[in-house]
Design a protein around this ligand. Structure first.
Ligand code: GDP
Ligand code: MG
Length: 178
């Protein structure tokens, strides 16, 4: 027994503007920041309790597009990470479609291993601008064999903590099986 300290490396992915930085900053500081430089890529070290175990993690908040000219950089991120948070905005159809492409990219890069990923549908507070339903989100998650979470960085409803904890659990479970 005793607290193990597994090293969990999380990568936050998603189309620009979906709220990756807002979610990560919300998680780490409990604050909501309206404007965050969309070109900034930053990694944060953090410790938290997951199921009574101390988990140390590093969270990489990515910037830029997966299918741009920086494919090399993405391959590095994907090799580095052992858990992936795939974020879309419920107000942005394109960001929803990007999730499928990101998962495909991850599956290809991590072959033959299974990819540990969860989907987070953000900006649930924008009810009038919403164009992706919960049903659509859950269906996609099922197709991609990912967990599904929905919420809002603005409201601070705890969805980011839930998603990150789930990723930590799953990463640790897989590491123990290896
Ligand atoms: P990133 O490019 O994915 O890192 O997106 P940002 O975190 O920079 O957020 C893009 C914009 O969406 C910013 O203006 C944020 O204030 C806004 N935003 C992020 N999350 C939410 C949310 O849950 N609700 C609302 N209404 N706006 C959000
Ligand atoms: Mg950002």
């Amino acid at each position: 027994s005793g607290a193990k300290t597994p090293d969990v490396k999380l990568v936050v992915m998603g189309r620009m503007g979906v709220g990756k930085s807002a979610l990560v900053v919300r998680y780490l500081t409990r604050r909501f920041i309206w404007e965050y430089d969309p070109t900034l890529e930053f990694s944060y070290k953090h410790q938290t309790l997951v199921d009574d175990d101390v988990v140390s993690m590093e969270i990489l908040d990515t910037a830029g597009q997966l299918y741009g000219d920086n494919r090399r950089q993405w391959e590095g991120h994907v090799r580095w990470g052992d858990g992936f948070l795939l974020v879309y905005s419920v107000t942005d159809k394109q960001s929803f479609h990007d999730v499928g492409r990101m998962k495909e990219f991850l599956d290809e890069a991590k072959k033959p291993r299974n990819v540990t990923a969860v989907i987070l549908a953000n900006k649930m507070d924008l009810k009038h601008e919403r164009c992706i339903s919960t049903d659509e989100g859950e269906k996609l998650a099922q197709e991609l064999s990912c967990g599904y979470f929905e919420g809002s960085a603005l409201l601070g409803d705890g969805v980011i903590s839930e998603a990150i904890e789930e990723l930590c659990r799953e990463v640790r479970r897989r590491k123990m099986m290896e």
